[in-house]
Design a protein around this ligand. Structure first.
Ligand code: ARG
Length: 590
């Protein structure tokens, strides 16, 4: 991301543009694109370190270079002070009037001056992607939540987003699952109910029979062949398993406030028909060659332990296709049919190697047609706080997502009632708040962690009203709403004028100027934690402002009150927009 080419109100971006002109004026056009290296500083609001690096190139004294730069720097409207310090740092203190003016413009803009992408892209965001034959478990929590936030952020930035739930709805387990379904006591309807209510148990039972019962295993194998050959009756049973699974996912997505429906499910089965074609082409072009009965693509850039080029199997020795083959067809489809500029795969980091090899094969086979960018947005594991290992249920299986959400709801309800809040609301409101708090807590805790880092699932810490928690951020929003309500205004009608007086007002205002740049960075890096971190920072600064700066108290003069109400209003709109982009609810009361 070229954050210096932005036209938004972030001081870093605004000053960077001014530095470019100064660099060109002082040293010539070839230095225009040198990074001005503007960062927050302890000595001023911002510090530019460009003179030190530039002095090396020019073989000159850095302080002199800084001096020349500052002489050409046209920033009088933006800063109240520019100082050269130490070996040649340039310290910049922003002017209160400039900050207020920018904020006023943000407040007047429906989009809070968040810019739409100059070159909108078509972006496929692939996320959630559970396997139909297995339970949707804690491992899918993050791929679902993080993916949804990435999709929302990119959409808000003006990109055309295709949400794509790449469900695992094809492959070997379906033979035995269908046979088990047909044998079910009470018929297939009862079987489907059992499948949905405890998919894990259903799968286990089928698998146990497959291993112990020769007859069943034989039938399952024949059933799989029938499925692959497109036998009508078999496809009908398969479709029913997929449909009931999708319905249960949808219930979870709805509960989580995730924008995925059955329409976005483009599972592995969808690409099944394309597999022979893709593989034939690889074979004809001799990119894929026979090796020990299988058909492989050899990648000389990737060496195995034996030092030889890694082989990626695209057709197994039994003639069947695999996960990689399906993914190659998926790429071809997304590039050629969807015309994607960018594909973001929100998938666990344990599949790192799969994607590295996959992307390399796609590149080698020229499937990207030169343009499409593929990224694996790696997701770290959710761990058990006690063991540090994978989060497991008592039976040793992965924790089902629904059980995890039930736990969060119970914990939130207990905490809410303990704090005496429960009694303040009627039953329906209480329940709605607890739901928002519980879902918000799980999602926000997840989003605060950089997506590729692992983190322990600690409900106690997630469901809090202080510290780095959704509760703290949501509560700050509730306060903003209540101040405005008591002041007789709405987020739209509190327009100031804004004046920046105290340090707390200044800190809050400065943070508000960075909303747009934060979203752009989050979108470019597929990193929603930047937004979560930003919102936590916003709530912290608002809380400090709230404690230090009276708004409605007697004795506060008219102008200050109007300004502070406007500050509350623009903070609230930023907070609500940000939470919405993360899919975290913002309750009206708590
Ligand atoms: N269904 C897979 C799983 O649960 C994830 C799919 C990842 N996406 C892909 N294009 N391979 O492990």
């Amino acid at each position: 991301l070229d954050r210096f080419n932005l036209t938004g109100p972030s001081p870093v971006a605004v000053l960077a543009r001014r530095f470019r002109d100064a660099l060109e004026a002082a040293f010539g056009a070839q230095y225009r694109w040198v990074d001005p290296a503007i960062r927050p500083s302890q000595h001023a609001d911002l510090q530019a370190n460009v003179a030190l690096a530039l002095a090396k190139v020019l073989e000159r004294n850095p302080r002199e270079v800084a001096r020349e730069l500052v002489d050409r720097l046209d920033v009088d409207d933006v800063v109240s002070a520019v100082e050269i310090s130490g070996p040649g740092f340039i310290n910049l203190t922003l002017s209160g009037e400039w900050i207020a003016e920018q904020l006023q413009r943000i407040a007047a803009d429906e989009r809070l001056r968040v810019l739409r992408a100059v070159q909108p892209q078509k972006v496929v965001v692939e996320y959630s992607s559970p396997n139909v034959a297995k339970v949707m478990h804690v491992g899918h929590l993050r791929t679902t939540i993080v993916g949804d936030a990435i999709a929302r952020i990119l959409e808000f930035l003006g990109h055309e987003v295709v949400r794509d739930n790449h469900i695992g709805d094809w492959g070997t387990p379906f033979g035995m699952l269908i046979e088990h379904l047909l044998d079910f006591e009470g018929g297939t309807d009862a079987g489907l109910r059992a499948f949905v209510s405890d998919t894990g148990a259903f799968y286990k039972a089928a698998n146990a029979r497959f291993k112990s019962d020769e007859g069943f295993a034989g039938r399952s194998r024949r059933r799989l062949v029938a499925l692959q050959q497109g036998d009508d009756e078999t496809l009908r049973y398969w479709q029913r398993l997929v449909d009931v699974s999708l319905r249960s996912y949808n219930a979870l997505y709805e509960r989580l406030g995730v924008r995925l429906t059955a329409d976005e499910a483009m599972g592995e089965s969808f690409y099944n028909g394309l597999l022979p074609e893709i593989v034939d082409e690889l074979e004809q072009r001799r990119l894929a060659v026979p090796s020990e009965g299988a058909l492989c693509v050899f990648l000389s850039d990737f060496k195995g332990r034996d030092g030889k080029a890694k082989a990626v199997i695209v057709r197994k020795s039994d003639g069947g296709y695999n996960y990689t083959t399906t993914d190659l067809a998926t790429i071809a489809y997304r590039v050629a049919v969807l015309r994607a500029d960018r594909v973001v795969y929100v998938v666990g980091d344990e599949q790192k190697e799969h994607f590295e090899l996959l992307f390399a094969v796609a590149e080698k086979a020229d499937l990207l047609l030169g343009g499409t960018v593929l990224e694996h947005a790696k997701i770290g594991m959710v761990t058990d706080p006690a063991t540090g290992g994978k989060l497991k249920s008592r039976s040793g299986d992965a924790v089902p997502l629904s059980a995890l959400l039930d736990g969060a709801y119970e914990r939130a309800a207990a905490k809410f009632d303990e704090s005496g809040r429960g009694e303040r609301f009627d039953a329906e409101t209480r329940e709605a708040i607890i739901r928002d708090v519980a879902i918000g807590a799980v999602k926000f805790a997840d989003l605060l962690v950089a997506r590729s880092s692992k983190y322990p699932f600690d409900l106690e810490r997630m469901i809090a009203f202080t510290g780095r928690s959704a509760g703290f951020v949501q509560y700050a929003g509730v306060r903003m709403k209540s101040v405005l309500r008591k002041g007789g205004l709405t987020p739209e009608s509190a327009t100031g004028p804004i004046v920046i007086g105290t340090e707390e007002e200044r800190n809050l205002a400065l943070h508000l100027l960075d909303f747009g740049i934060t979203l752009e960075e989050a979108g470019a890096a597929a990193a929603p934690h930047l937004v979560a971190e930003y919102l936590y920072g916003l709530a912290t600064r608002y809380t400090a402002f709230y404690e230090a700066c009276p708004v409605l108290k007697e004795g506060v003069d008219e102008e200050t009150r109007a300004s502070r109400l406007a500050l509350c209003a623009v903070t609230l709109r930023t907070l609500v927009t940000g939470l919405e982009l993360l899919g975290v609810p913002a309750p009206d009361q708590m």
